[in-house]
Ligand binder design. Structure first.
Ligand SMILES: NC(=O)C1=CN([C@@H]2O[C@H](COP(=O)(O)OP(=O)(O)OC[C@H]3O[C@@H](n4cnc5c(N)ncnc54)[C@H](OP(=O)(O)O)[C@@H]3O)[C@@H](O)[C@H]2O)C=CC1
Ligand SMILES: O=C[C@H](O)[C@@H](O)[C@@H](O)[C@H](O)C(=O)O
Length: 320
């Protein structure tokens, strides 16, 4: 068992580990590699796993969980925190529950801990394909989709519900009719994209912000080295005898944001867990606040002349 990972209590009353293993990778590796990576993550002490209908990692994660329980690496399923996400094609009132049941079947689980609306956009309920055809993009009926998400929680199939890639404005629109507030908003967040306005808004509304691409997705086609090559982060890392990745992950955690970091390498998994027994000083935090800000994932994928968002400004609402 590695470093004890701190937990916080969500507005649902459920606890969430403040660091989780991201499982998205493109292309999707062989299922056996994914299963062994997830077993390794459990061995290093990771208990929070982030997947989604989009990722192709639900089934191997389910197999890794079953193996870990059978091998006694975790005593009960309740020790784990499993997040999955509703994809755009199923972001329609009557398709939410069937989509969740499909994810539960893939994961071989009776419930998941957190279910997120993946993007604030629906698409025609055609057979799943990715990349999707932009003419299939549709406005999301926040009220109807969120009512269906709330029903999933009331049925006990999910412990907490939330969103991903929602701006302050879109969160406000969703919360107008919400009977259950979103517990989490999972967004791109790292020292090169600090999302201060969104963090302040979510804190005021009791919503936990969770950071995706905390290392700038340095391995993804659309990712960047803005984090891993940051002179400020590298200088702080050298002075503290930590890695640049650890400084980035620690900075995120020290903002009260949970971290979803992907690594399929056991040594780097261990490295990423080593962020809870030291801290960044006020001076170091001040230095990091000076890092030039640039969103990594533009969201162009969801922009269409016939879609709900015709510009990235309409998607992100100028959050910074
Ligand atoms: N809600 C959403 O829309 C989105 C959610 N996500 C979630 O967030 C997760 C993490 O974000 P992701 O975009 O994957 O990118 P990350 O910022 O987590 O970076 C992952 C990359 O960093 C490498 N890496 C990991 N640890 C280290 C380290 N200590 N030192 C150097 N390199 C390291 C990994 O390589 P290696 O594996 O070889 O270690 C991988 O190539 C995703 O897997 C997914 O679960 C991601 C994007 C969007
Ligand atoms: O949607 C497809 C795009 O790759 C982008 O959405 C992904 O980064 C996805 O959000 C994820 O969760 O990894």
């Amino acid at each position: 068992m590695g470093e004890r990972i701190p937990e916080v209590v969500l507005n649902s009353g459920e606890k969430i580990p403040m660091l989780g293993l991201g499982t998205a990778s493109s292309p999707v590796p062989h299922q056996d590699l994914l299963i062994s990576s997830f077993i390794s993550a459990i061995e290093t002490g990771c208990r929070h796993f982030d997947t989604g209908a989009l990722y192709g990692s639900e089934a191997p994660l389910g197999k890794a969980i079953a193996q870990a329980l059978q091998q006694g690496r975790v005593k009960t399923r309740d020790e784990l925190f499993i997040t999955s996400k509703l994809w755009c094609t199923n972001a329609h009132h009557d398709r939410v529950l069937p989509a969740l049941k499909q994810s539960l079947q893939n994961l071989e689980l009776d419930y998941i801990d957190l279910y997120l609306i993946h993007w604030p956009v629906s698409s025609k309920p055609v057979e799943y394909k990715f990349p999707f055809d932009k003419e299939d993009l549709l406005p999301m009926d926040f009220k109807a989709v969120w009512e269906a998400m709330e029903e999933c929680q009331r049925l006990g199939l999910v412990k907490s519900i939330g969103v991903s890639n929602f701006s302050c404005k879109k969160l406000s629109q969703l919360m107008v009719n919400a009977k259950i507030p979103p517990a989490v908003n999972q967004v791109e967040l790292n020292p090169a994209w600090q999302q201060r306005q969104l963090r302040d808004f979510c804190k005021e509304n009791g919503i936990l912000v969770s950071a995706w691409s905390p290392l700038g997705a340095c391995g993804a086609s659309w990712g960047s080295l803005a984090v891993m090559d940051s002179p400020i982060l590298k200088e702080i890392a050298a002075a503290k005898g930590k890695s640049t990745a650890q400084v980035s992950l620690r900075w995120i955690y020290q903002q009260g944001v949970s971290v979803i970091v992907k690594s399929f390498n056991k040594e780097r998994m261990k490295e990423n867990l080593g962020i809870f027994d030291w801290e960044l000083s006020e001076e170091e935090l001040q230095q990091i606040s000076q890092i030039p800000q640039q969103r990594g994932f533009s969201g162009e994928l969801f922009i269409s002349p016939t879609g709900p968002y015709k510009t990235v400004q309409e998607l992100w609402d100028e959050d910074s």
